[in-house]
Design a protein around this ligand. Structure first.
Ligand code: GLN
Length: 271
């Protein structure tokens, strides 16, 4: 009987340990994109000593790059920022704000870096430094199904177009104002798409991957086939920041070991 009891207890112990591990594994998986990582346990870090916090300015309304899920900011940028901070020994803290506040937050030193599916532009380079690019994107045009007026990029001339304030989409379309285009600027891409579904605008110009998410979430909308502008995404930092070099080095390592690709592939399924 005693022997049986001992065996039984051993079995229980093995099972519960297994469950514990499975539980931890699952948790690590789902929270690996964790944002406010003051709780960061530097699990994948090479440097365990924390050099302190790094505040990342973002606009978490840009799935799959950054969005809120279960009270956390998740997405490609959140996860890549976490990997960079782990590698360099910093604790990541994510500050969610309007997209057009990010550059000022970074250039004024309120945030240490900005990462928000942000396109490198010469204009922005006047205010901030950029790291090397970590991925590319294109601007997409979203219209309602059955839209006849806007069938290609050139048709945006003279149309009413919704954009997200301060984005490259805003810049491109604003260039067409001289051709009679009316630009409606929204603080969130989702609000521009809502205006489209309500027929308040003829089209929305926004980055391709978020555009795909918006179309998935809004029946009766579609992306025009014709690609618009090609862009490079990078991290922005205060001008002259010594972090830029550290980030570039860590980024190169994360590209070389496949981490960057793994993170992107997790959020963007090949179609
Ligand atoms: N890539 C665009 C830009 O940099 C949009 C970014 C965004 O809306 N988060 O302006």
């Amino acid at each position: 009987m005693k022997k049986f009891l001992a065996l039984f207890l051993a079995a229980v112990l093995v099972c519960s340990t297994a469950v514990m591990f499975a539980g931890c594994g699952g948790k690590t998986e789902s929270s690996s994109a964790a944002s406010d990582s003051k709780t960061s346990d530097s699990k994948s870090s090479e440097s365990t000593a924390t050099k302190g916090e790094l505040h990342m300015a973002t606009n978490a309304a840009f799935e799959p790059y950054e969005y809120q899920e279960g009270g956390k900011v998740v997405g490609i940028d959140a996860e890549l920022a976490q990997a960079l901070c782990d590698k360099l020994g910093y604790t990541l803290v994510i500050d969610d704000m309007e997209f057009d506040a990010i550059i000022t937050a970074v250039s004024s030193g309120k945030a240490d870096f900005g990462m928000a599916g942000m396109t490198v532009t010469d204009e922005r380079k006047k205010s901030v430094d950029f790291t090397d690019s970590y991925t590319t994107a294109i601007q997409a045009i979203i219209v309602n199904d059955g839209e006849t007026k806007v069938a290609k990029a050139d048709d945006l001339k003279g149309a009413t177009v919704g954009v997200q304030l301060g984005t490259t989409g805003d810049i491109y379309v604003s260039d067409m104002e001289k051709d009679g285009t009316k630009v409606e600027r929204f603080s969130k891409g989702a609000d521009a798409v809502l205006a489209l579904t309500q027929k308040k605008v003829d089209a929305v110009v926004i980055d391709n991957e978020p555009a795909k998410k918006f179309v998935e979430q809004n029946k009766g909308t579609k992306i025009l086939d014709e690609p618009f502008e090609n862009e490079d995404y990078a991290i922005c930092l205060k001008k002259g920041s010594e972090l830029t070099e550290q980030f570039n080095k860590a980024l190169a390592e994360l590209k070389a070991d496949g981490t960057v690709k793994k993170i992107i592939d997790k959020y963007i399924k090949a179609s």
